[in-house]
Design a protein around this ligand. Structure first.
Ligand SMILES: *Cc1c(COP(=O)(O)O)cnc(C)c1O
Length: 468
């Protein structure tokens, strides 16, 4: 028995022989010799292990070639890949949050492969500021006196606390000591910044007098934090922003708000209400407002700090700013996105356009997609009403009505199996499920994606044929 296995293992071709095969050469050209060797080696080890365990392994030249080529073609795919978001969650943090507008993508491409005036003042012919490219636009859009951009909003909060409140006390409502997505917790960020957290009020109700009572001679700031994907209902209370600002200024303190998502337009323009836009926060008297660029704003990942000139200027020379500085491609995308806001072209910004889609438009898309799918899949295909979501910690309690296509009774298997097959496509499709059907939410499926979804289902049909 052992002898048989040993004999069979000796029949496995060696690496040099494999690398000299006709089929191997193009792969060496595409992936490099060392990568091909690593992939083949890994597979050879698995085959040997299987043999030693007494399992069957087909090591005919044809079987090996087919096996190796499948692995090599997978190796050639980028690890960070484009996917199709059929979940209906517009700002899907796991899927890269906001899509860039075409104008922003063009700006990235323009900037990425060329030198630019990133930190060069073309008028003076001397060193310039990278922030200068977006500061004026941001001030115009938010009503702030000064603005600064950093890598992301978590960084913006850290920088502000470190530069403005290190070694002093910062008062925060107990109802706002939130965790946002696992690693961003207000108490932790506070500690990291060197500021001392002082809690005010209770979990559900914090009054102006609670803030006032929490202020000591060591206090430097009152901080308001957007609760993001956390929501409290019922017996709750929080003071108005303008009251907090007035209290802070009366006592010679700063009033800062971590606004989270960063709305640059009135929420009502998006059919949403209840969130404060950045301009309103500034008008209410905030000295500093921080927010993300890739949530409701619909731009690239960036953190914006908007506020009073005096406060923002204190951040400009801080060493943390250097560690959080924004890349040129991000700046290019952000400037292009700001310009769309300035023009009022909200529907050119994919995040906003997806939020503003009408039920009629989505229903028409769902019917069209269902008709195309029926042509390529033997499954049961139905147009269904769905609940979509804003995502990104915005409007957690606000379900968006949308339309989708449910695919059930597929010969390849149940919803879980179908979802796995869709995720396994070269351009993976990520979607929801209900009962035993998977659900494609059309709100987040772009026209360009639609054909790819149909192709994916056509392929899954044939994969089933091969399996059987
Ligand atoms: C999302 C969010 C953050 C973190 O922002 P990033 O841009 O992801 O770093 C911080 N604070 C609030 C309130 C948020 O909603």
């Amino acid at each position: 028995m052992i002898e048989d296995i040993r004999k069979k293992m000796r029949e496995i071709p060696g690496m040099d022989i494999l690398l000299a095969q006709d089929w191997a050469l193009p792969w060496i050209g595409e992936l490099g010799r060392e990568t091909v060797k690593r992939v083949l080696n890994g597979e050879l080890t698995r085959i040997r292990r299987r043999m030693l365990a007494g399992e069957d392994a087909d090591i005919s030249a044809d079987a090996l070639k087919k096996n190796f080529e499948a692995l090599l073609s997978r190796e050639g795919l980028p690890r960070l890949r484009r996917v199709i978001n059929a979940t209906g969650v517009v700002i899907h943090t796991n899927l890269g949050r906001s899509l860039l507008a075409e104008e922003a993508v063009a700006a990235v491409i323009r900037t990425a492969g060329s030198y630019s005036n990133l930190e060069y003042d073309l008028t003076r012919g001397a060193r310039g500021q990278r922030n200068a490219h977006v500061e004026e636009l941001l001030c115009a859009l938010t009503g702030a006196e000064a603005c600064l951009v950093v890598n992301n909003n978590a960084g913006a909060v850290l920088l502000c606390l470190a530069a403005l409140s290190r070694g002093t006390e910062v008062v925060v409502s107990r109802g706002e000591l939130v965790e946002i997505g696992g690693t961003f917790r207000i108490p932790d960020i506070m500690e990291l910044s060197g500021a001392e957290l002082v809690e005010a009020g209770t979990t559900n109700r914090t009054h102006l007098k609670d803030y006032a009572a929490a202020i000591s001679e060591r206090t430097s700031m009152l901080l308001k934090v957007h609760p993001s994907n956390f929501r409290m209902d019922g017996f709750t209370a929080a003071p108005e922003r303008s009251e907090l600002a007035a209290l802070a200024h009366e006592r010679g303190l700063l009033f800062m708000e971590d606004a989270g998502s960063g709305l640059l337009v009135d929420g009502r323009a998006l059919g949403l209400s209840g969130e404060c836009d950045v301009r309103a926060c500034i008008e209410a008297g905030a000295d500093i407002v921080t927010f993300s660029g890739d949530k409701m704003l619909g731009g690239p990942q960036i953190g914006v700090i908007a506020g009073r000139r005096g406060a923002v200027n204190r951040l400009r020379e801080h060493p943390i700013l250097r560690t959080l500085r924004v890349d040129k491609m991000t700046l290019a995308a952000f400037e292009a996105t700001m310009r769309l806001y300035a023009k009022g072209d909200l529907d050119r910004i994919p995040t906003l356009a997806m939020l503003r889609r009408t039920p009629d438009a989505m229903h028409a898309q769902a019917r069209r997609l269902a008709a195309k799918l029926r042509r390529v899949t033997p499954a049961r295909v139905e147009v269904v009403a769905v609940e979509d979501a804003v995502g990104g910690g915005s409007y957690p309690a606000l379900p968006l009505s949308g339309w989708g296509v449910a695919v059930g009774a597929h010969p390849a298997g149940g919803a879980g199996r179908l979802q796995a097959l869709l995720r396994g496509q070269e351009i993976p499709v990520v979607c929801g499920a209900r009962e035993d059907a998977l659900v494609l939410h059309v709100r987040t499926i772009t026209p360009r994606d639609e054909a790819l979804v149909v192709e994916a289902f056509a392929r899954i049909g044939t994969e089933r044929g091969e399996d059987a």
